[in-house]
Design a protein around this ligand. Structure first.
Ligand code: SD4
Length: 330
């Protein structure tokens, strides 16, 4: 018979863990929870510092993680000097800047846009897809049409420097991505708010000089971004094709569900990509993938294929840039 002490212990577990507890399945019991570190926000690359500041303004007033990640991602999207996100992003091989973005909240609501042109804030269009349509993703002309209907204005996203570099590139037209060459890549952001809810968002102009119509991992829920409010959240940066092959962000969250810390989960997902590339005989020399992750307790972590990836974490003690550990040495 369940006594009061037993019931109280079981009632602090998630519903699924509590069921398992009552069934006597001791091996699935989670490790005891520490007091959650919250709020906290983390995001990819150096530009994450500034993005975190915007997100923190929402979180410090007990705002929603969803509002925080949208506000944060909008910062590099609007910055013409950031050459891999939004306005100022590098174009595809036809000279067109095409943007991918996704957002996911604590209730598993999802929204995404892919191959969106002429709009500075794809993350806000993705959020509108999530909140104002019966769908989860809009692409290309349909995404643009929807963005304009939502009040977004057409903007020429191809800044002069990007155009100059692209004109230079088309003389050779050699598609050869180089790891970390842009060094600031996709903005991916995860937040845990004061209520203990998680959300995530990511936005990118994708691989420079990609084929027109190429879509990367970022707008694909499970690949570039995943949130499970019972467990944690993860987002990816780098070569989307390799991330998609292992459904990377979903994998990181599932590994945290199995008990890995955020960094251990990111490491195992990166090692999965490395192992797969070796089996497929794909050279990893110029391939970079980095994951960042947070669990329900507010613990954060990251891992990447090769050196050069960093991420920014903002909590009550401040905002700092951290170099991620990496798999390939020398
Ligand atoms: C993508 N992960 O589209 C994104 C960003 C990128 O080099 O292109 N990184 O694959």
């Amino acid at each position: 018979m369940t006594n009061r002490r037993h019931f109280l212990a079981a009632s602090t577990l998630s519903p699924i863990a509590a069921l398992a507890h009552q069934a006597g399945a001791a091996d699935v019991l989670p490790t005891p929870r520490i007091a959650a570190r919250k709020p906290v926000v983390l995001s990819t690359w150096r530009f994450g510092i500034e993005a975190n500041e915007a997100a923190w303004q929402v979180l410090r007033r007990n705002g929603r993680a969803l509002d925080a990640v949208e506000a944060g991602v909008r910062v590099p999207e609007a910055d013409p000097n950031e050459r891999s996100v939004g306005y100022g992003g590098r174009p595809d091989r036809d000279g067109r800047v095409t943007l991918d973005a996704a957002i996911m909240d604590e209730r598993a609501n999802i929204g995404a846009v892919a191959c969106l042109e002429q709009i500075v804030h794809p993350i806000s269009v993705a959020r509108a897809v999530m909140e104002k349509t019966p769908h989860t993703m809009l692409v290309g002309d349909g995404a643009l049409q929807f963005a304009l209907a939502q009040g977004h204005r057409r903007t020429n996203l191809l800044v002069a420097q990007s155009e100059r570099e692209w004109r230079d590139w088309i003389k050779q037209s050699r598609y050869a991505p180089v790891a970390n060459i842009e060094n600031h890549d996709t903005i991916g952001m995860l937040a845990l708010d004061a209520d203990g809810n998680l959300s995530g968002a990511c936005s990118t102009s994708g691989m420079a000089y990609k084929m027109h119509g190429r879509v990367g991992d970022s707008p694909i829920i499970g690949a570039g971004l995943f949130v499970d409010n019972e467990v944690g959240a993860a987002t990816a940066t780098g070569h989307g094709e390799e991330v998609m092959r292992v459904v990377g962000s979903f994998l990181v969250v599932e590994l945290m569900r199995q008990g890995r810390s955020p960094e251990q989960a990111c490491q195992e997902a990166v090692e999965r990509i490395v192992g797969l590339a070796m089996r497929r005989k794909t050279s990893l020399k110029d391939i970079q993938v980095g994951f960042i992750a947070i669990n329900k307790d507010g613990q954060t972590g990251a891992y990447c294929i090769q050196s050069g990836f960093n991420y920014a974490v903002h909590d009550a003690s401040g905002n700092r840039l951290i170099d991620a550990r990496y798999a390939l040495r020398g």
